[in-house]
Write a protein that binds this ligand. Sequence first.
Ligand code: F0G
Length: 354
Amino acid sequence: MNRMGILKQYREYLPVTRDTPALTLYEGNTPLVHLERLSEAWGVELFAKVEGFNPTGSFKDRGMVVAVAKAAEAGSRAVICASTGNTSASAAAYAARMGMRAVVVVPDGHIALGKLSQAVVYGAEVLAIQGNFDEGLKIVRRIADEQDVTLVNSVNPYRIEGQKTGAFEVCEQLGAAPDVLAIPVGNAGNITAYWKGFQEYRDRGRIDSLPLMRGFEAEGAAAIVRGEPIAQPETVATAIRIGNPASWESAVRAADESGGAIDSVTDAEILEAYRELTRLEGLFAEPASAASLAGVKKARREGKISTGAKVVAVLTGNGLKDPSTAMEAVPVKPLRLPNDFDAVAQAIREPRRA
Ligand code: F0G
């Protein structure tokens, strides 16, 4: 595959017209990495779709490039979103590239530092509200109705169009659809997009079978699993700290139609998978991304994924997004030593073990 960006590479599958600007930051074409140790430990053939390789470090770039290009094509001069962090980073970057204004509404104190710094440095207007993502989304939806600004949350259908290309790539990289697609669920746009992508590839004869879709919410924010919105969602995986997913119905449809399910994983399970991924596979994804792996592990334990199944877990965002959680997740901290040869030599002779 070449790096040419989503709009060019998949133009026949996307709403691209002669007037759509050729916007790109070279998003997409991310690696599918075989996880050898975790495959062996869990008894499946496990792969990670590493979306942290995207230009702003998350899968959001696939959808944002389409949403921002189409906004510009329609004559819009500004975009707005609510975000737990990654959408705002991506909107800020593509708006900058397109020469548009970006306004992002984030939950004050509940957005990882890397993401906040991205929004700021790309020049977005950052509005940090004393409320959560769901409350922010309600506000920006109304503002997009009342003011001349384009909403670029995943309720914007162009976001889903772009994000479905992740499913295309998985099929191309495997040479077929996987048996199971494991994916974190927050606002539920991405599971919706992947299911749409797999179905389109099947309909166009590119693949024969469809995967079982297994989505995973964080337990403290598992509205779909519980069957009712959660007013005060809480989880260490701040990206998916969402209590009333906008794409609730289409997420349930993806799970049901595919023969999969939406389940939840605890923060402890998320952090365990997060550490295993880094230490055993050398891949650093953010906590929300690890929900997909934690989910695979849980589903295997419960016998819900068969032995030897080909499983793709979507690692939605780069681990560098959330350095604070990284430092807290591991008990062993950097060893502080005097500026002294013997002290360093001694520390190496007698390493500490986590
Ligand atoms: N993983 C990461 C790293 C995310 O940032 C998100 C969503 C998800 C998973 C869940 O995807 O919402 O399509 O179900 N982040 C949004 C944001 C809400 O504002 O960045 P989803």
